[in-house]
Design a binder for this molecule. Structure first.
Ligand code: UD1
Length: 431
């Protein structure tokens, strides 16, 4: 177990430049797509985060050979040697479900552990399974595993009841090798879905409607290898943008894709921050002395991302007035609110709403990270909480943020990683 400790003697005013890494949620499906071809794929701008390691370990178990050098992965699955995604890996990373579609499509069989619930609520995979069934897969659940089989998937028309990011990705990948045409309706529009489709087209897939709600795929017999660059991580970018807004900072973010950040830019602008283009792929975020309260409702892209909700909650603790966040995507995604309250925030949870009254000064304490974005929210809180903030269980943070402490150190933050075998004992000391 590791912790991060942030020391805040006088309030930080973050200044400088930060380079944003490749998107975790784009690289995971791109790696899973390697299962669809016997030829090599080269993926660049790979973020060096734990989830990438987990996905590579999983793909290796399924037959992949890979090499990760700097930020480039060369990966090849000449033959799928096993169709089984074990529970220990799926539990560590729900996005392991992304191997389901490709395995059935190329190998004719997938045995993938059911992910189960997680810290941010119930997260079923029924839409993935219904879709694969419509493509002709025979699916059973045995001993906690999804067993999906098909001699060859057959194109079909499928309308998602609800927008699902990894569900859309799984079915697009499966449909690429199915016989005939597949029409997917009500697809998720997230840039990561579009990026996957662009990769698949480069691999020889016949896809129409990339980036739209209706995607048409004409199945082909095989796909080829290619080289592909991962898009910038819009959530990491958003997290640093909030860091600047929160600390009356002046940060330049390099390596971003501004058009993926519109919902975040809109909300930060309303909060009082000034956001300017600082180059083709650079944005400058200048925080305001006076942060304004506002309401936020999470929604599928291009709406406000649920993955930025926790970070905005910290910002709202410093806004004058009452802000209400409504979380519409996940049913239990407010665990971070209790930790923020421990630091001094005034937040009340009413069902799917968090009511935040501000501004409230925060004071450092020991807190625990319950999921990936909650961890990011606590790091942000640590930047404004006076004294020492210790964030325990930061393995969640390492799943999705590359070298966050080094990036913050370069901006002048006093932050250190503490390795401890038993943080509870340590907690008692610092409690
Ligand atoms: C992806 C992202 C995650 C982000 C989420 C929502 C990846 C690896 N993860 O997760 O960071 O928070 O999108 O933007 O890209 N649902 C069902 N049945 C299903 C599938 C989903 O009911 O079969 C529901 C979910 O419970 C949730 C909603 O649909 O309420 C959206 O979830 P979904 O888009 O599938 O999230 P993920 O793809 O798991």
């Amino acid at each position: 177990m590791e912790s991060l400790r942030i020391y805040t003697e006088t309030p930080y005013r973050l200044r400088g430049q930060v380079t944003i890494s490749g998107a975790k949620n784009a690289v995971l499906p791109a790696l899973a797509a390697s299962l669809l071809t016997a030829e090599p794929l080269q993926i660049t701008n790979v973020p060096l985060v734990k989830d990438v390691e987990t996905m590579l370990t999983l793909l290796q178990e399924l037959g992949a050979q890979y090499e990760l050098k700097k930020k480039t992965v060369n990966i090849q699955v000449k033959k799928i040697t096993s169709p089984q995604a074990p529970y220990k890996l799926v539990r560590a990373m729900r996005a392991s479900i992304l191997v389901l579609g490709p395995l059935v499509a190329r190998k004719g069989k997938a045995i993938v552990a059911l992910p189960g619930g997680c810290a941010i609520g119930t997260r079923p995979v029924d839409l993935h399974l219904n879709g694969l069934q419509k493509l002709g897969a025979h699916i059973t659940i045995e001993h906690g595993y999804i067993v999906a089989e098909a001699r060859r998937l057959q194109g079909a028309e499928i309308e998602f009841e609800k927008k699902t990011v990894t569900g859309t990705e799984n079915l697009v990948m499966a449909a690429c090798l199915a016989k005939g045409e597949t029409i997917l309706k009500n697809c998720a529009l997230e840039p990561e879905v579009t990026s996957l489709c662009e990769l698949l087209v480069r691999m020889g897939a016949k896809i129409d409607g990339v980036g739209e709600e209706t995607i048409r795929i004409k199945g082909v017999d095989e796909l080829n290898g290619t080289r592909f660059r991962i898009i910038p991580d819009r959530i990491e970018a958003g997290t640093f943008m909030v860091a600047s807004a929160l600390t009356t900072g002046d940060l330049i973010l390099n390596g971003v894709e501004p058009k993926h950040l519109e919902a975040i830019i809109d909300k930060l602008t309303i909060s009082g921050a000034k956001i300017e283009k600082a180059g083709h792929h650079s944005l400058r975020v200048i925080g305001s002395e006076e942060i304004k309260a506002q309401d936020i409702v999470t929604a599928p892209y291009p709406g406000f991302p649920t993955d930025m909700q926790a970070q905005f909650m910290v910002l709202m603790t410093q806004a004058r007035g009452t802000s209400i966040i409504t979380e519409t995507i996940f049913d239990r995604r407010f665990a971070h609110a209790n930790e923020l309250i421990r630091l001094g925030a005034n937040i009340e949870i009413q069902g799917d709403k968090a009511i935040i009254k501000g501004p409230t000064p925060l004071s450092g304490a020991e807190v625990v990270a319950t999921d990936l974005r909650a961890s990011a929210c606590l790091v942000l809180a640590g930047l404004i909480a006076t004294g020492q903030t210790t964030i325990n269980d930061i393995e969640h943070l390492d799943r999705g943020y590359e070298k966050i402490e080094e990036k913050l150190k370069a901006l002048g933050v006093k932050i250190e990683r503490i390795k401890n075998n038993n943080h509870n004992n340590n907690g008692a000391k610092h409690g």
